[in-house]
Design a protein around this ligand. Sequence first.
Ligand SMILES: [Zn+2]
Length: 112
Amino acid sequence: MHELSLCRSIYGIAERAAAGRAVTQILLDVGQLRQVVPETLVYCWGVVTEESALEGSQLRVTSIPAVIACADCGANTTLQGVPMLLCGRCGGGSVSVTSGEEFLVRSIDVKD
Ligand SMILES: [Zn+2]
């Protein structure tokens, strides 16, 4: 379960950004190719922040769909479920991932 270590990284980022202020909410973008379960991440956040400076803060996870671009026909294909790295239009394999690999703290809300 790598969600726990991910939460520890987020904690470090949020703690530095907050600089002693109370954090209310953290918005996180996670690409679907990251193999992260958002519910597990939120659960782990509760564990990591328990009895810490960030206790009570909310972690809100936005799943970013995985999209691949085809070098042969130019089509963009949004991957559903299990990633199949083939173009949805022509079936070609000359594709590159254009989104889905994000792991980004988008914003950290603090109390004034
Ligand atoms: Zn194609």
